[in-house]
Structures are given as C-alpha cells and as structure tokens.
Design a protein around this ligand. Structure first.
Ligand code: SF4
Length: 204
C-alpha cells in the first residue's frame, strides 16, 4: 500500500480534502479495497493524519475561488476528525470567495463521538451528503458492514437532526448498482427523513 501526504486533490471542478483514513465501516464497494487513490489522485493513504497547520498550508497553495465546492471526503470518514474538520471549515469560511463546503459522510458521527454532532456540523457546512447505500436495515448492514449494531437507526436520526438544524442542504446517496426498486425505496426513505436522494454512479 503506497502512502503519501495527499491532503487535498482535485475531482472535476471540486477540491476534495483527505483528513483521515479511519472509518467504522467496511463497505463492499469501497474504493479503498482496490486502489491507493481516487480519480487519478496521488495515494490517499496518509503517512500521518494532517494537523490543522498542515491542512491550512496545503490549502494556501490552492486558488480556492476556482472550485465549485470544497468537499470533506477522502480515504476515510471525515467526522472521525470532527474538531479538525470544523476548524478547517471555519478557516475556509473566513477566506474571501470561499466556495460551498460539503461533507460526504457515512452518517455515523454520532456513534463515533457518543453524542449528536448534527448542529455543529451543519453550522459550518453548506451541504451534508450522507451515504444511505440501501433502503432496509438488512441490506444496509450487508453492504456497509459497520462496526456498530445500531448504525442504520443512527444514520436516520443523524439525517433528521441535520434537517432540523435547518441550515445545510441535506442529501442521502445510493450507488446506481442497486436495483431500481431499491433506489425508489431509498428515495422514499430519504424524503420521509426530510432529505433529497442522490443516485451516484459506481466508480471502480
Ligand atoms: S464509509 Fe466510505 S471510507 Fe468507509 S468503508 Fe464505506 S466507502 Fe469506504
């Protein structure tokens, strides 16, 4: 496994941030299972988790205003580093012409931290995109393989709390490899929770 200090990398018109390789899931489709990077990036396995100073130094080398969005994503679950994530977002928001800020999360930050994190996250971000992956608990657990037994329930509560926080746009996502009836059931579940469903293309 190749390692590097790839803190930020470009994906289309967006800039993605890679803060951690920690994640409580082992998704069957996770890109980490068969590559060291994503979308032509340098390896996303980190030599060490970057400090806030390292992240800011990296961001200062970029022309932020050229990006459509800055996305907390990377090779791990960004909320594993909630404090650094929030500090990075606050720093970005203090910069002139800061693009929209989004997180791609598995929605299990409440279980990682043992408390509700929706309010503080939604305060700093413009979009919260939560991986739903499947519309039923049985299918979700089979695909996502989280270390928490109550993950499916927790991600729904997290979604509702984000919607209730009322500031950020809240999206749930599935990958287009699941059958159409599961996509439709996912849409109904997302809408019941107050979120929109986004169907992502599978990228291997
Ligand atoms: S939540 Fe994301 S990083 Fe974690 S295993 Fe699933 S796809 Fe991979």
């Amino acid at each position: 496994m190749a390692k590097a200090m790839t803190i930020s990398y470009e994906v289309g018109e967006n800039l993605y941030l890679n803060l951690t390789n920690k994640c409580p899931c082992a998704c069957t489709f996770c890109i980490r299972n068969h590559a060291d990077g994503a979308y032509g990036s340098d390896p996303l396995w980190l030599e060490h988790e970057p400090t806030l100073d390292e992240i800011i130094a990296d961001l200062n080398k970029r022309k932020l205003k050229k990006y459509r969005e800055i996305v907390f994503c990377g090779y791990g679950e960004p909320t594993e580093r909630l404090d650094v994530l929030l500090e990075t977002a606050a720093y970005l928001r203090s910069r002139e012409n800061c693009p929209r800020l989004r997180i791609n999360t598995n929605g299990l930050g409440d279980l990682i931290h043992g408390r509700s994190i929706a309010k503080e996250l939604c305060y700093e971000l413009d979009t919260v995109s939560i991986s739903l992956n499947a519309p039923t608990e049985k299918d979700y657990m089979a695909v996502t393989r989280p270390k928490f037994d109550n993950a499916f329930e927790a991600l729904q509560k997290f979604t509702k709390d984000c919607v209730k926080a009322g500031k950020a746009e809240v999206i749930m996502s599935v990958v287009d490899v699941i059958p159409p009836e599961q996509i439709e059931a996912s849409r109904q579940l997302a809408e019941k929770l107050g979120a929109h469903l986004r169907v992502r293309e599978f990228d291997d």
